[in-house]
Ligand binder design. Structure first.
Ligand SMILES: Nc1ncnc2c1ncn2[C@@H]1O[C@H](COP(=O)(O)OP(=O)(O)OP(=O)(O)O)[C@@H](O)[C@H]1O
Length: 279
């Protein structure tokens, strides 16, 4: 976590993350257009929206895996585009990332998986690494599973190990890409509660990309809905639940039809099947 200093009060007024008028894409294809987002410190922000809308792309912008075509991505007030490689690595160390299914190293024990970022990014003595790893494993309830291999633990436990690994370096921000995918309802509830509790206990900020609206709405302070490359709604979970925007209503209410059509535009049915009716 960032050390306190005489500038910390001013710094705390700056959002940890800000996207200012960001457009970006892959090759010639524009994916996000003039997106504005602010992620206040200490909060859990959920990014929701239709598949392919650009949620993961926002996470990639934050890690500067991709750069904007225009606009700025600010981390703690600093424009990521202006950082040299050392600066970029320093910023990335302040971000923990948990990607779909956790992606643990299958040939390393639970302990070594969590120790990995500490060994990679610090020169801490072994005794301190041990204590830090056991503290993180304790925080996710898995200190007792330290010697097991990923193949010997359940999917829900693996996700918690990945979470312990994501917070190993005491980040300021944790990015979660589909943290609940493939979990049974109990493990899902446990993972969601853990994300919220760790956020509050460790003074983190968190961004969750998820299609699991029920669980996400339970733990998020704010939700931003991304569709067609734009932020179409941002507010508290209740704001979105009660939004009058037809697209938000369709998405949050899980309705098959609405602004996002079930049917792709097509020629009349009778033309294809000769039925004498039209779609
Ligand atoms: N590396 C890439 N190269 C080219 N196009 C890409 C690349 N990554 C993503 N895209 C495209 O960019 C668009 C946005 O993708 P992104 O993964 O950000 O969406 P998403 O909202 O996270 O989707 P989902 O909910 O399905 O995970 C999609 O149309 C996708 O096909």
């Amino acid at each position: 976590m960032a050390p306190y200093s005489s500038t910390s009060i001013a710094a705390s007024e700056t959002p940890l993350i800000e996207l200012r008028d960001v457009s970006c894409g892959y090759g010639d294809r524009v994916i996000l257009e003039r997106v504005n987002l602010r992620i206040p410190r200490g909060k859990v922000l959920a990014l929701i929206g239709t598949s392919g809308g650009g949620k993961t792309t926002v996470l990639r912008l934050l890690g500067r895996q991709i750069k904007p075509i225009s606009g700025q991505v600010l981390f703690d007030g600093v424009d990521l585009a202006g950082l040299d490689l050392d600066g970029l690595y320093a910023v990335r160390r302040r971000m923990g990332m948990l990607f779909q299914f956790g992606a643990l190293f299958t040939d390393l024990s639970v302990f070594e998986n969590v120790a990995f970022p500490l060994r990679e990014h610090t020169k801490l003595p072994e005794a301190m690494i041990r204590d830090l790893v056991l503290m993180k494993l304790n925080a996710v309830g898995l200190r007792g599973a330290r010697d097991l291999l990923p193949s010997e633990i359940s999917g829900g436990m693996a996700r918690r190990v990945a979470l312990a690994r994501a917070i190993a370096l005491d980040p300021d921000l944790v990015l979660y890409d589909e943290p609940f995918a493939g979990l049974d309802p109990i493990s899902l509830g446990v993972a969601a509660r853990l994300i919220r509790d760790l956020n509050d206990a460790l003074g983190l900020s968190s961004i969750i990309v998820s299609h699991d609206l029920h669980e996400t709405f339970t733990i998020a302070d704010e939700v931003a809905m991304i569709a067609n490359g734009r932020v179409v709604a941002q507010g508290t979970p209740d704001d979105l639940r009660h939004s009058s925007d037809p697209l938000v209503q369709q998405f949050v209410g899980a309705h098959a039809d609405g602004p996002v059509r079930f049917h792709q535009p097509a020629c009349p049915v009778n033309q294809d099947f000769g039925l004498g009716v039209s779609a």
